[in-house]
Design a protein around this ligand. Structure first.
Ligand code: GAR
Length: 189
């Protein structure tokens, strides 16, 4: 079976990148991680790509980022944003409609945007979570693919909540990617 080719966009640590790579090694995986693109030359995720012998590029210029990376995406079927902290332009987002997905550290639609875990703590919410969704030009607003709730205890702070959410992120993101791949493959038939 020919696997779908995935590019992963990162900006930093790359723990979601790692979980997506590891799950892609499973025999039944419908995807292969083919490329990593970072907008930060010092992103730890670039080391993870190298360790796994996955080609990577970095492009730190915000201006024209999309035009600069497009040539590397010719054979790519799906793009995963994994801690990619840059808003992509709407033309690019439209071109990749239903093939561009993101993970966000909250139970959307609550706590969109930056520092979602801190927003949940500040709001004294009783739960938050994480969500994988299709990317649209409205930030953190595309259709949800998969999400998971995480309880917030009185003793939790931003750090402890982020840790609990991250554990769930590493489970739902690979699952959501398989769901998206399955859908694309079923349309190709
Ligand atoms: C993750 O918690 C991810 O959900 C979040 O950044 C972190 C990246 O960690 N993304 C966003 O906040 C996007 N709005 P990682 O680099 O270890 O995957």
């Amino acid at each position: 079976m020919k696997k779908l080719q995935v590019a992963i966009f990162i900006s930093g640590r790359g723990s979601n990148l790692e979980s997506l790579i590891q799950s892609s090694y499973k025999k039944q995986s419908l995807v292969k991680v083919q490329l990593v693109i970072s907008n930060n030359s010092k992103a730890k995720g670039l080391v993870i790509a190298k360790k796994n012998k996955i080609p990577s590029i970095h492009c730190v210029q915000r201006k024209n980022f999309e035009n600069k990376v497009i040539k590397y995406l010719k054979n790519i079927d799906i793009i995963c944003l994994a801690g990619f902290m840059q808003v992509l332009d709407s033309k690019f987002v439209r071109k990749w409609r239903l093939r561009l997905i993101n993970i966000h550290p909250s139970y959307l639609p609550a706590f969109k945007g930056l520092n979602a875990q801190n927003q949940a703590i500040e709001a004294k919410a009783t739960y938050s979570g994480c969500s994988v969704h299709y990317v649209t030009s409205k930030i953190d607003s595309g259709k949800i693919i998969l999400q998971k709730k995480v309880k917030i205890l009185k003793k939790d702070n931003t750090e402890s909540l982020s840790k609990k959410i991250l554990i769930e992120e590493h489970t739902i993101y690979p699952k959501a990617l398989q769901m998206v791949a399955k859908k694309i493959l079923s349309k190709k038939k």
